[in-house]
Design a protein around this ligand. Structure first.
Ligand SMILES: Cc1cc2nc3c(=O)[nH]c(=O)nc-3n(C[C@H](O)[C@H](O)[C@H](O)COP(=O)(O)OP(=O)(O)OC[C@H]3O[C@@H](n4cnc5c(N)ncnc54)[C@H](O)[C@@H]3O)c2cc1C
Length: 560
């Protein structure tokens, strides 16, 4: 009998997460400038990675090792050996963090995060690529070269971190009180960071701090690179403790204290908040695609289970209302996938821009706020419906879906909450006029749509929401999330139709119509023909090629 097999707790375990995901593969082909082959990573994500992350979540929290064998402070977070191996494999063998620095599309990096779909593991990769990004763009000389280790281009790979939040506020970064001073030509940091993911594993972290005489608020922040070990070979700061969290267990999140930590200023001292917000775009897109990755994992579980579970003499998938749940989930995943992959393509062509930035960059930022907000809600909603479709066992800690729901719940909170995304979207409209580029671009895409009437209705909704924001700025803040959802959902409809135009896949039209009716018109959804519904829900037949019954029994080692 094989030793252990997570098939007993999960139907998605052992499924190649890329091969079954026909909609993702097709939309990637539409929105990425070059398409790579992710099948090996899809296999790894569905098996080895799945197994390691599951085990860490249940039984193997990172452990803060505070004192060394010599009685000195060590402040190391020890990770489970299997987790370390998985992370190194992702960075070194799969090279998931290298792509943008070697001229390849950001879609390659983000597709890896989608397949990983596990926020604890993805967080470690994201804070590392964010650190690489900041050094690559804003550091000079030898310091800049560290981006190569962080991107996994040079061995050994290095790990990064991004520490901005302080105890008095995460949303309000302007309230940061950590200070920096120049002593004998070197910067020293004083203060403490209250939420610090990567604490105890990061070789280099980014941290916000204020220089003497800086302006109050966010514009007075500078951005620094802080190594774990200083130039005298000593520990550069202390990790006070690790937090005990509901999810994201693989990433150690702690509190970090600077008492004269050696630091290196990045770029210009009064542009720290711009570099920070730029770096947050990298992680907000990671959060968006990762949130969809979680939703997809839960969806595969729900579909597999609906194919084998019988109620009232029929399989769940044969009950119209259960199939409707699957269609509802799938239309939303596809709409958000189109929106996210499109937004990544905007970032892919804008990330070279520097403060004060060009119009393309502001448009990419506008759309990033929208997808960060919407995909997080999608993830929470879909994992919840998946849980329901599994009935009582969906709620059990021992099966997989409960974890996906727990993991989904971080996505609306970190990297800027849903409210903050909505407020920042308004800022990008009022101060940067980013909506002008939105209207221009969506009009252009819609003009070639295979469903012109639907595309025009969606376009009109975008214009209406923009007018709503413009006509009453005093009230816009109150309605910010409604405006955001209106623009995001209408854009997603236009982009799904663009997907249909490029690929000839009619299910994208079905998804666009369904999503438009239910999310934008608030109507009862038009009942789909069973064939149409199944084509959409089964990921164009790919999930029906799996013999779920055999798979479930095989996992019990009864049928080998
Ligand atoms: C697991 C985990 C890991 C993390 N890792 C890191 C990390 O590595 N680095 C880092 O810097 N941070 C990290 N964070 C912090 C995270 O980014 C913050 O928790 C988040 O940005 C929210 O900040 P806050 O907790 O201070 O909440 P607050 O800012 O106090 O917000 C509380 C509530 O008020 C709302 N709110 C705030 N302002 C407004 C407003 N103007 N209008 C309407 N509503 C408003 C928010 O939306 C939220 O709902 C992590 C958090 C968690 C949970």
């Amino acid at each position: 009998m094989p030793l252990g097999d997570l098939g007993v707790i999960s139907l998605a375990y052992g499924v190649n997460h890329y091969e079954v995901d026909k909609p993702y593969d097709r939309l990637l082909g539409v929105f990425s400038r070059e398409k790579a082959d992710f099948r090996t990573l899809g296999e790894f994500a569905g098996r080895e990675l799945y197994e390691a992350a599951y085990w860490v979540d249940r039984f193997s929290n990172p452990y803060l090792y505070t004192w060394s064998i010599l009685g000195e402070r060590a402040d190391l977070s020890l990770l489970a050996p299997e987790e370390r191996r998985v992370l190194e494999k992702l960075v070194v063998d799969f090279g998931v963090n290298r792509h943008p620095f070697e001229g390849r599309p950001w879609h390659n990096h983000y597709t890896a995060l989608y397949l990983i779909g596990d926020p604890g593991i993805s967080c470690i990769l994201t804070i590392t690529i964010q650190t690489a990004y900041a050094l690559y763009k804003y550091a000079e000389g030898e310091l800049r070269d560290y981006y190569k280790g962080l991107a996994g281009i040079e061995k050994p790979p290095l790990w990064g971190a991004t520490w901005f939040t302080e105890v008095q506020g995460g949303s309000d970064l302007g309230a940061n009180t950590t200070t920096a001073k120049l002593v004998n030509g070197k910067y020293e940091l004083y203060g403490y960071k209250y939420f610090a993911s990567g604490a105890g594993i990061a070789d280099i972290a980014l941290a916000t701090a204020r220089l003497p005489g800086s302006r109050p608020g966010a514009k007075g922040l500078s951005l620094f690179a802080v190594p774990r070990v200083n130039s005298r070979g000593e520990l550069n700061y202390h990790v006070r403790r690790l937090k005990w969290k509901s999810g994201t267990v693989p990433v150690p999140t702690g509190e970090v204290e600077f008492t004269g930590a050696e630091a290196y200023l990045l770029g210009e001292p009064d542009k720290g908040i711009y570099y920070t917000l730029e770096d947050l775009m990298v992680s907000r897109l990671a959060n968006s695609i990762g949130a969809l990755g979680i939703a997809r994992k839960a969806y595969i579980e729900a579909y597999g289970y609906s194919s084998i579970r019988r109620a009232f003499g029929k399989r769940l998938v044969e009950h119209p209302l259960a199939l409707r749940d699957l269609v509802d989930m799938e239309a939303e995943i596809e709409a958000m996938t189109a929106l996210t992959l499109y937004t990544i393509s905007l970032f892919d062509s804008a990330w070279g821009s520097r403060p004060p930035y060009d119009a393309k960059y502001h448009y990419a930022r506008l759309m990033t706020h929208i997808v960060k907000n919407m995909t997080a809600e999608t993830s929470a909603r879909i994992t919840q419906t998946a849980m329901e479709l599994l009935g009582g066992i969906g709620f059990l800690h021992e099966f997989a879906v409960e974890r996906w729901h727990r993991e989904a719940l971080i996505t609306p909170i970190w990297e800027g909450t849903s409210n903050i995304q909505a407020l920042d979207m308004l800022e990008a409209m009022y101060k940067k006029r980013a909506h002008e580029e939105l209207v221009k671009s969506t009009e252009e895409i819609a003009s070639a749509s295979p469903e012109p009437a639907l595309a025009e209705k969606a376009l009109q909704r975008i214009r209406d929401e923009i007018n709503r924001a413009a006509s009453n700025p005093g009230q816009a803040e109150y309605f910010a999330k409604d405006i955001l959802r209106g623009i995001g959902a209408a854009s997603a409809v236009i982009l799904l139709l663009e997907g249909a135009r490029h690929t000839g896949d009619e299910s994208f039209v079905t998804a666009a119509k369904y999503y438009y009716e239910t999310r934008l018109e608030g109507k009862h959804a038009r009942p789909l023909e069973r064939r149409e519904a199944l084509e959409l829900a089964s990921l164009r037949g790919a999930l029906d090629e799996i013999d779920w019954e055999a798979k479930a029994r095989e996992a019990l080692h009864l049928t080998r």
